[in-house]
Design a protein around this ligand. Structure first.
Ligand SMILES: Cc1ncc(COP(=O)(O)O)c(C=O)c1O
Length: 363
């Protein structure tokens, strides 16, 4: 967004006069950012939100502080690596990592959700997953998963990178133990800044790094070498060093304020409406698209009809100047408020070309 871009430029310009930056500036904007992000994700406790540089960083804080000695960690199949590699560390400590793959079924999304629920046993300590799958938008029923974990005392860790901002998320309803989110996707902020929510399970943990600003009374600059044993309240111990970043924080903040105005519910409604006819058309041509109860509207996969080679489709996208991701034998389509019917027509044109070319060859 232009206003996000301008916030970054102003942040750079501010450094021309560093003597105008006051001690309060190190705290003020991140405090308001915490409050606004809390509004977006329906979180009653802003001091549970911290600035992180990446998802891998946010997940590492979780992995280092899980309150268990052994048991099973459940992950979904083909999850984004930043929510996989950090968990490998626990294999060295005797934990078992289990990956839950989607069943090969007509009702793929529905049966994948069921399989996740069935995989929860009294050995389950943590499930770490997305709200939607990053590669094809499969929607996971987090409230049901939370309820099943409650019965066995397990933790729910969510990587919200591909959903928060575009798909409604409620901390109050889903009650995750951690929600980790990069800022540069559907939060529409810049790269190298994200936000993490850590619940009470992590209130006494050890942060990845020991930064001065995360200690009690760090706003009293003249007392900084009166070293403090205690951290600031709730989750603030986990903030990345130099979290007051005067360029990235205002950018992310502007983006989040705009997302609150747009409202993720409206983004879902807009993208649903925008893509409705196109999805029917694609299904008629043989593309397989998940039932709408088990996919997001701002991101979904279209699996190719068997006879179509993915390279042909890639070529059609390139010549029609359509930007979508091609993952395995699926195309990942991610519409948002900046797309309109003209874009959808171009998308359909590109996806139609290889279908009709293959029909002509068959004749
Ligand atoms: C689901 C998901 N998580 C995380 C990331 C980014 O991870 P990181 O911030 O560690 O680079 C991505 C990027 O594509 C993603 O799709």
């Amino acid at each position: 967004m232009k206003k996000v871009e301008n916030a970054g430029i102003n942040g750079i310009k501010q450094k021309r006069k560093p003597f105008h930056i006051s001690p309060d500036d190190f705290f003020d904007e991140t405090e308001v950012l915490r409050k606004n992000y809390s509004e977006l994700i329906d979180n009653p406790e802003p001091s549970r939100i911290v600035v992180i540089p990446s998802v891998s960083y946010g997940i590492a804080n979780v992995v280092n502080n899980i309150p268990f000695k052994d048991g099973e960690i459940l992950l979904c199949d083909e999850q984004f690596p930043s929510n996989v590699y950090p968990w490998w560390r626990l294999k060295e400590k005797g934990f078992e990592l289990k990956t839950i793959a989607p069943p090969n079924s007509e009702k793929r999304g529905e049966s994948w959700n069921e399989k996740i629920l069935e995989s929860i046993t009294d050995r389950t300590r943590v499930i770490s997953m997305g709200h939607i799958h990053w590669s094809d938008g499969t929607l996971f029923q987090l409230e049901r998963i939370r309820a099943a974990l409650d019965k066995v005392g397990g933790l729910l860790v969510i990587d919200g990178t591909q959903s928060v901002g575009a798909l409604p998320f409620s901390i109050k309803k889903i009650r995750p133990d951690a929600l980790i989110c990069a800022g540069y996707k559907w939060l529409m902020g810049p790269y190298s800044i994200g936000l993490a929510y850590y619940g009470p399970a992590f209130d006494h943990g050890v942060p990845l790094e020991e930064n001065w600003i995360n200690r009690l009374d760090s706003d009293n600059f003249s007392e900084l070498v009166n070293y403090q044993e205690s951290y600031r309240e709730m989750s603030l111990r986990y903030e990345v060093g130099e979290h007051s970043n005067f360029i990235l924080v205002p950018m992310l903040h502007k983006a989040i304020k705009q997302l609150i105005k747009w409202n993720p519910d409206s983004i879902q409604a807009y993208t649903k409406d925008l893509m409705k006819d196109a999805i029917n058309q694609l299904s008629e041509w043989g593309y397989r698209i998940e039932n709408e109860n088990y996919r997001a509207h701002h991101m979904f996969g279209a699996r190719l009809p068997e006879k179509i080679a993915i390279e042909k489709l890639g070529h059609a996208f390139h010549t029609n100047r359509v930007s979508v991701s091609v993952r395995g034998n699926a195309v990942r389509i991610s519409p948002n408020v900046y797309n309109d019917e003209m874009d959808v027509r171009k998308l359909l044109k590109a996806m139609k070309e290889p279908i009709f070319a293959s029909k002509t060859l068959e004749q």
